[in-house]
Design a protein around this ligand. Sequence first.
Ligand code: SIN
Length: 273
Amino acid sequence: MIEIRPLTPTIGAEILGVDLAGPLSNQELDTVHRALLDHCVVFFRDQRMTIEQHKAFGARFGKLHVHPNAPKRFPEHPEILTIEAGPQSKRVAGEVWHSDVSCDVEPPMGSILHIHEVPENGGGDTMFANQYAAFEALSPAMQQFLQTCTAKHESRKSANHQYREPGPDQKFPEAEHPVVRTHPETGRKALFVNRGFTTRIVQLTQKESDSVLNMLFEHAEQPKFVCRFKWQPHSVAFWDNRAVQHQAMWDYFPQRRFGHRVTVCGDRPFLRA
Ligand code: SIN
């Protein structure tokens, strides 16, 4: 029997009673999917999925994404993105608030992170912020204005704090998206700008854009929209990239943290008036 335990009234739920190593029945899959849509990010404990099972679980939600720049530890599994930090690390993935790969024309619908090793003395939590709630908390006038705007998302911005130093083979995708997007499954509106990738509101001057974006970043990352997940070995988080942004805490150097992420492809963001 699957049990859904909300972490906060705004965001996050733990799901108990499901083995992601699967195969999941259609009913189990629907329950997980519904919980993801309702809570924006869902968590599972003590999951012993192999890489193949992790990929198979992700593939139940859509085609798997291959990151253009992240190092591939398993050449036979290019869809596996390794999340790894230790004594040699100069940077870690996801330290700045972001929505995964929002610089893609079709950013991922979601990501499924399976952490195997956690830092010895704690730390390495991940924070998730509900972007429906962030949009809904803005004044009606600001909500209306933002729905007339689009923004540029550039991977060049995130290159300073992702995975590794940019090399000669680095690709720099960029895209323009509505500042407010309609979720394709729930129909709800969510704020869709983030500190990691968003560089410019296209309809504004650079100075205006900088001020509005800084205000939106600070607004969207407020603790009242956030839940914080404490990892244990073999925990899994599955987040809806269309409705949340997230930030990984690197507060455990030089300790080691290690896991695998599978990312599910999404569609082009749109705004339904
Ligand atoms: C990420 O996928 O952005 C990294 C999240 C984490 O390491 O907690």
